[in-house]
Ligand binder design. Structure first.
Ligand SMILES: [Zn+2]
Length: 632
């Protein structure tokens, strides 16, 4: 078996294991599948099948098998390199098509649905990679599943996080039962690609976005393995469809796709369940619901008006069960997409048209933050009896699941979300030319944009934001900014407005602003407009503002010397006796203010013409029309 040189980190990890005094205890060989689950081996067995799912192949061995498949069926498989990882590995996609038609535009025109399956975004979770190799083999070599390609074209990324995949070792997934060794969760710079979809920091994400735009698939699948509780299901899933802006697609997902998916996967002998994550420690606390934000693949794809399907294989099942379960899940998805192809394609087009129409109206209110309605539905939960006992180690309680005692019980699963923060969609956003970090991301998402040809001054809608709180701990290499609901002293901007709810952060204002030549206009009458809205609306959960790309607008850059402000304040009080009343009242009512000599003098600075009015002013404008704006 050919393997490329191990990265140094892997060597370091295995060295560490050898030095441990209790290495035996820490070596937990994965529970191997019952021999009955071992497939008969032939020359076309996948590398994982050849070891009865004890192992998963490294990057090079995977690519060798991928090339063998392509070589065996050159008219049905095309390999495309759609980018490079940070460490320079090829990002490879396999296009699988019945008749050698690999051109996205021709396929869309012929109403042939494109299903985009990605694997190994978390490269310790390898089930999808090994399942899709078998699935494609069964389509093009032994042709057991050739019928699935009658209309569907499959775009499969066998290994998305290729650098993480080669960060290979036995200790990468503490909760997971096999394979023997596996890759790592993040890319080589420790960025989680499944938090990077909107901000696009990683080279892998930038490549992925360009490739997504090239294909604009009809259905998206992201293959993972769970963490979390123990229960009977080996296949869990979540179908992300935008109920607010694509209600027809969401209805199809709930009423048609999901029941059929569950029926088919169950019929194959696997246990299937909606994604399980408990509100509290124990199953009886039920399953919560929340907004799927565009940092995630599935949250991002639904902003692109396409249904997104998350597969989460259960971590504690043996690898044979998981790979074959993942295979059955993918097969079921392809069968249903095949059955509903016309409907799906029509719904996707309608969702695109609805987004464009909303952009034309430009006064449509769009929800950017959602919270659960509290509504829930009963769900049959197939779990294991559990016990909770006190832990003298943690000082709290710990839960044990008893796999020998399966139970079936009804628990509540939350459904339904309602908007908590909305934004009015403009005709276009205007981003000043100097805000290149924002523009770079808009470009990465392939949004249609125009540039101004001359400086332009005019009234726009924008935001004045109170100073956010920054996270002390880094998250994805950034210190995120947010406005948690809080009492007590607020920034100048919030105090000035007088009517900002503490958690509101930014309030809409109209301002006369100047935008230099070359500033970017992002019209909203385009199909991916929701991506721009989520990036540019400062209160959106994954906006540029929240990721900390606009921190400098909150910094005070000039300071008055105390002896200068003392003189200034006295002159101001002399000129305006009402100011004295206001100041005295502030001192009397706000002890923190009263005790802070800098704040007391700054109070006058803030009311003088020397104060910088741009502090907290969001630099991006919202235009109600392009009339009069000089654009190319
Ligand atoms: Zn994952």
């Amino acid at each position: 078996m050919f393997r490329i040189a191990l990265p140094f980190v892997v060597l370091a990890v295995s060295g560490f294991a050898q030095q441990l005094p209790n290495a035996d205890l820490l070596t937990q060989p994965p529970k191997v599948a019952a021999a009955a689950k071992c497939p008969a081996v032939d020359e076309w067995s996948t590398p994982s099948e050849k070891t009865c799912y004890r192992t998963t192949p490294r990057y090079d061995e995977t690519m060798q098998y991928v090339r063998r498949l392509a070589h065996a069926a050159p008219k049905q498989i095309r390999l495309e390199v759609f980018g490079k990882t940070g460490q320079g590995r090829d990002l490879v996609a396999m296009i699988v098509s019945r008749d050698g038609q690999f051109d996205p535009a021709a396929l869309h025109k012929a109403n042939r649905p494109v299903v985009f399956v990605q694997n190994a975004i978390h490269a310790g979770e390898m089930d999808g990679k090994d399942a899709t190799l078998a699935l494609i083999r069964d389509m093009v070599v032994n042709k057991k599943l050739a019928g699935l390609l009658d209309r569907i074209v499959l775009v499969n990324i066998p290994i998305y996080n290729a650098d993480g995949h080669e960060w290979f070792g036995p200790y990468n997934r503490i909760n997971q039962n096999g394979p023997e060794q596996m890759g790592w969760r993040t890319n080589a710079r420790q960025l989680n690609l499944n938090r990077d979809y909107l901000k696009a920091d990683a080279p892998e994400t930038v490549a992925w976005l360009a490739y997504w735009n090239k294909w604009l698939p009809d259905f998206f699948v992201d293959d993972h393995v769970t963490d979390g509780a123990d229960y009977q299901a080996d296949v869990t899933y979540y179908l992300d469809a935008d109920r607010v802006t694509s209600p027809a697609t969401a209805d199809w997902a709930d009423k048609s796709f999901i029941p059929e998916f569950e029926r088919r996967v169950s019929a194959s002998g696997h246990v299937v369940s909606p994604y399980i994550d408990f509100a509290g420690q124990t199953p009886d606390t039920g399953i919560p619901n929340g907004q799927s934000t565009p940092r995630f693949s599935t949250g991002y794809v639904h902003l692109q008006n396409r249904p997104a399907f998350l597969i989460e294989m259960h971590m504690l099942k043996d690898y044979a069960t998981r790979v074959t379960g993942n295979y059955e899940a993918l097969k079921a998805i392809l069968e249903i997409v095949h059955r509903d192809a016309d409907k799906l394609i029509a719904m996707n087009r309608a969702a695109d048209q609805a987004t464009i129409a909303a952009g034309r109206e430009h006064r449509t209110v769009f929800p950017i933050r959602l919270e659960p309605t509290g509504e829930s539905v009963p769900m049959e939960f197939k779990g294991y009896r559990w016990t909770v006992e006190k832990s003298d180690l943690s000082g709290a309680t710990w839960i044990s699941y008893h796999q020998d005692q399966p139970i079936t019980m009804t628990i509540q699963r939350q459904v339904g979300l309602k908007p908590t923060i909305t934004a009015t969609i403009p005709a276009a956003y205007i981003v000043p030319v100097e805000w290149t970090p924002l523009i770079r991301v808009l470009e990465a998402h392939g949004l249609a944009m125009r540039r101004t040809t001359q400086p332009w001054t005019g009234e726009v809608e924008t935001y004045r934001c109170e100073t956010p709180q920054w996270a002390q701990q880094p998250f994805e290499s950034r210190h995120t900014a947010s406005w948690p609901a809080r009492e007590g002293p607020q920034s100048f901007v919030a105090r000035e407005s007088g009517n900002v709810a503490p958690s509101q952060g930014c309030r809409a204002v109209r301002e006369k602003m100047t935008f230099p030549a070359g500033s970017v206009i992002v019209p909203m009458d385009q199909r991916a407009a929701k991506v721009a809205i989520h990036w540019l609306e400062p209160m959106a959960p994954d906006s540029a503002m929240q990721w900390g790309l606009l921190d400098s607008i909150f910094e005070q850059k000039e300071y008055g010397e105390g002896y200068v402000l003392e003189r200034l304040a006295r002159k101001m009080l002399e000129a305006d006796p009402k100011l004295k009343e206001e100041f005295d009242q502030k001192v009397a009512s706000d002890p923190q203010f009263a005790g802070n000599r800098f704040a007391r003098l700054n109070w006058f600075y803030q009311r003088s013409p020397w104060w910088d009015p741009r502090i907290g002013l969001y630099p991006v404008g919202k235009l109600s029309s392009l009339t009069g704006v000089p654009v190319k």
